[in-house]
Design a protein around this ligand. Sequence first.
Ligand code: FES
Length: 393
Amino acid sequence: MPNSAENATKSNVLHAVNGYQDVIDSKQILEKSGTDFTENKWAVANTIAKLHPKRLQLKVVEIIQDTPTTKTLRFESTSQSLPPFQAGQYINLFVNIKGVETARPYAISSAPQTRGHYDLTVKRVEPGYVTHYLLDDVKVGDTFTSTSPMGSFYYNPLFHGTDLVFLAGGSGIAPALSIIKDIAARDGDFKFHLVYASSYEDDVIFDDQIKELDERFDFLTVSKVISRPTENYKGLTGHLNAKFLTQLLGPMKDKMYYICGPTSFHNFCEDQLASLNVKSRRVRIECNGPPKNPENLQGWPAGLIATDEVTVTIKGKGSFKARVDEPLLNSMERNGYTTENACRSGECSLCRVKVTKGSVLNPPEAHLRETDERYGWTHSCVAFPVEDIEIIV
Ligand code: FES
């Protein structure tokens, strides 16, 4: 039971929140008048459902070639207005590639204040599947279904403060651009340091836009870092190791850090920040898909090689052969089975399936609850079937 000192601290914290006392006052007035809005419950639920529908119908209205390997696809809604979103969030785009129904999440790179369209920025990755389709086959006028904006990777003014650092790698610049534009539209004494790492000079996405924002806004500092520069390149080069970050950012402790990029990039940056004693609660990470090379994960069975195949049985529905290094959700989709999904990175839990026979390898990215593990639930988007399994979908 909390003691009186704890209660006093909690009360102080609550009263420090802007508007808290106003809400309490309104609540007390409503309690006296006998209105608690329960009679409006369904109206509220319906309004929320209209503002954030489960599915959006989108049309490509423009395709912008950003770099030799990257395009931004601009989408407008073909039905209702686009839902509002928090800068940094993503939508899960459903695609049908030669009969295979699958989906991929993409961060929205346009600003939340831009209400008429969403921009999704797609960089070619190898070996690619959906990215190749979006870059090579999609044209203006094509239509898609997607989820509403989702995800918890966004600036939270209550907890994140105003001294912000974004470590972006490759296409991880997409949510950064949206957040920068969002902060430019807010009041506040912000500091925002964008550290943007790319392999090559011609890989730098939004180069002109970022330069223009950097010149226009005092709150923004941009450090563009190239890891494989050409001989005469004059800018910053190297990797974002602890020494490099300290030189760029100065005192590390009280800042809020956002990391977005390929898995190897965010793992590396996370380790560097930890080695500089940055508390994990000051670090937000946006994962980008399942881990690559799962055979290097802890727990991978000895003797199993990536190209081995196992049998996946979907109880009551059928079975198929799957490679052990392919996430279960991907192999299900290739064989005509699917389940709800959104983040495809182990976080949202929408793709949960129950493993009733055999076992899968769950990487650290799978944010499984204790009860999930106890009763055999797994997040199929990041689970690897390392032996014959039976699942319920
Ligand atoms: S789709 Fe989000 S956890 Fe799998």
